[in-house]
Design a protein around this ligand. Sequence first.
Ligand code: NAD
Length: 249
Amino acid sequence: MEKGSEISEVAESLRTAHKLLFITGAGISAESGIPTFRGKDGYWRQHNPMELASPEGFAQDPALVWEWYNERKAIIRRAQPNAGHLAIAQLQAAIPNTLLATQNVDGLHQTAGSKQVVEIHGSIWQTCCTREGTLFLRDAVDTETEVPPKCKCGALLRPNVVWFGEALPVEPITHITEFILAGGIDIAFAIGTSALFAYISGWAWEAKEQGARVVEINLDPSPISTFADFIFRDKAGTVLPQIYQAMQA
Ligand code: NAD
């Protein structure tokens, strides 16, 4: 199918849609200048994930891990939401019964105006105490002057993100699962994710089982490509505004 007619078909479905699911990954923020993990120029091409994003790596060298997170925070602080983030927020405003499950920790969806955002891998802007679990929100603690930063209780602080080998937060996951299993999702979008975690492709699959049409927008093939109804091998910041504009036409 021609790309133009696929855009029209998705836009047509959106005009009568009542419930949407968005699943996003690092690719949606790539056009904001934030590197992905696995794609071209991705972080894991230059770093060992087990050293920088695992409890073991943190135990071994917390200063190295914090230097990396502070570097990422500096990049994200300078970043702005791109046309893809903004189009998602517009689609959500048009069809309010939506849920946006993001693997991103950068907070750009919220800056773009998205509502019902579930951050399944945590937030780079939150910090927590490794002893007491106390949670500190954006800018509540300085993580840069003393590296690694410490809590008032003396224990190390850590970024409130999910590392390799750690469990996903229960409440957000339950929320997403219930949203999908309640049925009625018209379209499930999977955007900018390699979908290598089984739960990511599982959510898209389950939404399809419940009757949703699955739209993948990703530069590279992923496990979701094997069952998606529409596949756009193009940038999210190009495709999503086209879909939104076609829906308005
Ligand atoms: P990933 O790096 O594994 O995959 C990114 C995918 O996005 C790739 O398949 C790539 O083809 C695609 N992509 C790149 N640029 C794109 C664009 N402009 N438009 C559409 N697609 C594009 O990322 P992932 O699947 O999110 O999983 C890895 C982990 O990365 C997650 O746990 C997440 O927490 C973390 N992460 C987050 C950020 C962030 O918050 N911005 C950045 C890097 C990594």
